[in-house]
Write a protein that binds this ligand. Structure first.
Ligand code: NAD
Ligand code: AKB
Length: 320
């Protein structure tokens, strides 16, 4: 029988989500039981307080060495090249996102690991319905990132069916957070806008004012991962690629909500290549399957998220 999960490796631990997920997991399992797997950027600050190890997902040996060295039983695989960065280097996006996932799944097969692997709303494309996208729908993305996420969902399902591996995951919307800046996505403007409001009172936004996308605040993103990993497997019919919804708003609505706290904040809209990507993604998500199968429910909305983000960033940037 599998021992209770207690030795965790977070791959991509210094990224936007990993940098907050890792400390959270350390609170649950104990600092020495959660290993921060880093690639180019080494852990710093609170992340550096626990154990860390170099992992390149494109090199299967480095995954296996970390798993063996720290007697790992659960992997949170957060390493990826996101949508905008992926359009600049599609070959790298395929290598890291697909070959990297394949290596993690092979290690999971070999060492009986449980895996959390996030997909994204980027699996959807121009032919997907724009509103209340159901769990089962058309997955025809036009970005390499989206292609790798659809491939990843299928690959995970194959390993679940063929080898019985316990891989679980959600389709995250754009994640908003205050600890680490996002790493090359299309939804990055929603985070950048906060920093700009505090630092310069002016932001040049790379999508149009009326661009509506699904978003989620980091505490809900972490909650979704933990809830799904703790869910009763017998109740999970999908295992990976669960739609999860947080909130949806336009860039203009976000700016207006920030302006309530920072009255002299101004935004100029200058769409670039990321507008085309945003236009292919849906505006709202139907997450009723996640709610039914593992009790998913977000805690944060636009108003509460904006207030909390500004408080956290003021402390971080202005030190009060
Ligand atoms: P991020 O870009 O901030 O971090 C990714 C991490 O992967 C970085 O620390 C990077 O160093 C690491 N990495 C890159 N290449 C690597 C390699 N070859 N080996 C090991 N590590 C490597 O990404 P994130 O925002 O933290 O996203 C984490 C996961 O969640 C990804 O799978 C992403 O697709 C997914 N996701 C994120 C969002 C979001 O808005 N942040 C939304 C949907 C899905
Ligand atoms: C991106 O914009 O690429 C990510 C995502 C939605 O997957 N934030």
């Amino acid at each position: 029988m599998r021992k209770e999960s207690r030795r965790v490796l977070v791959i991509g631990a210094t990224g936007q989500i990993g940098s907050e997920l890792t400390p959270y997991l350390r609170k649950i399992y104990g600092s020495s039981n959660v290993i921060a797997g880093y690639h180019k950027r080494k852990p710093s600050g609170t992340l550096a307080k626990g154990p860390s190890v170099y992992v390149d997902v494109c090199d299967r040996r480095s995954i296996e060495e970390a798993v063996k060295k720290y007697d790992i039983d659960t992997v949170y695989h957060m390493a990826a090249i996101l949508s905008a960065a992926g359009e600049k280097n599609p070959q790298l996006a395929w290598k890291v996102n697909v070959e990297g996932l394949y290596n993690v799944l092979e290690a999971a097969r070999e060492y009986d690991l449980r895996v959390f692997w996030p997909s994204s709303i980027a699996v959807f494309g121009p032919k997907t319905p724009k509103y209340n996208v159901p769990q089962d729908t058309i997955l025809c993305p036009t970005t390499m990132y989206g292609v790798t996420k659809v491939t990843g969902e299928l690959l995970c399902k194959y390993y679940i069916d063929k080898y019985g591996i316990d891989v679980r995951g959600v389709r995250y919307p754009g994640i908003i957070s205050s600890e680490t800046l996002p790493g090359g996505g299309t939804t990055d403007y929603a985070v950048e806008m906060f920093y700009a409001a505090i630092e310069h009172k002016k932001y040049v936004c790379f999508v149009r004012e009326d661009t509506v996308l699904p978003m989620m605040y980091m505490p809900d993103a972490i909650k979704a991962a933990i809830m799904l990993m703790n869910a009763d497997r017998s109740k999970l019919t999908y295992m990976v690629g669960y739609n999860v919804s947080g909130m949806s708003f336009s860039a203009g609505e976000l700016a207006a909500e920030i302006k309530k706290h920072v009255p002299d904040f101004e935004v100029e809209y200058k769409p670039d290549f990321r507008q085309k990507i945003a236009d292919t993604w849906p505006k709202t998500i139907d997450d009723s399957v996640a709610r039914k199968e593992w009790g998913w429910k977000p805690d944060w909305d636009l108003k509460s998220m904006v207030k909390d983000m500004l408080e956290k960033l003021k402390k971080k940037i202005l030190h009060y």
